[in-house]
Design a protein. Structure first.
Length: 189
């Protein structure tokens, strides 16, 4: 099943992937090794593996796997990060080309961040639940395995969620975030 939002109309149909906390998202399961991630990536397109810069001596060597849709080879739809010590620990869905992933009925990928914030707050109020903000001020589900990020698409900041578990030597998912994902406002027009 696919659907379109205003950000990807005319660009690409989005697959709908499920997310299970501490288990995985779509075809990816936390803990997979590089070869397993590359094989699972075939549902979207082609995968390219590269080494991540080792910015923190605490972490074991890490690989970045960029998965590009065959129809849009220029930008990755999904970026997966695999640590030598814990395997797959982070999956980032691109705001424009990534699959749509929902959380308790809320679409998380490619959303205007202010609209997503309104939806998350309304949902929390409706179910007498909670939501949380990242240190950067992005609202998202109250799930330690979902870290909301912003991605500049044209003139609008869109949601680029990271689905994560902690990696070796880290206390939280925020501490585990790959240094490549710290770049704010990555522009994709």
């Amino acid at each position: 099943m696919t659907f379109k939002t205003e950000v990807d109309s005319g660009v690409a149909d989005r697959d709908e992937w499920s997310y299970a906390p501490a288990v995985g998202v779509g075809p990816f399961r936390f803990g997979m090794i590089v070869d397993e991630v590359v094989k699972a990536a075939q549902v979207l397109g082609q995968a390219q593996v590269s080494d991540c810069a080792r910015d923190h001596a605490t972490f074991s060597p890490t690989w970045k796997i960029e998965v590009r849709r065959e129809a849009t080879p220029s930008l990755p739809a999904v970026t997966a990060y695999v640590s030598q010590a814990v395997g797959l620990f982070c999956i980032a869905a691109d705001a424009v080309h990534g699959p749509q992933v929902g959380y308790d009925g809320i679409s998380l990928v490619g959303r205007d961040l202010s609209e997503l914030e309104s939806d998350v707050i309304a949902h929390a109020e409706a179910v007498d639940g909670r939501f949380r903000y990242t240190p950067e001020g992005y609202a998202g589900p109250n799930d330690s395995g979902v870290v909301m990020r912003g991605q500049l698409v044209g003139q609008v900041l869109r949601s680029r969620p990271l689905f994560m578990v902690t990696r070796d030597g880290a206390n939280t998912e925020w501490d585990s975030m790959p240094s490549e994902e710290y770049r704010q406002g990555r522009s994709t027009t």
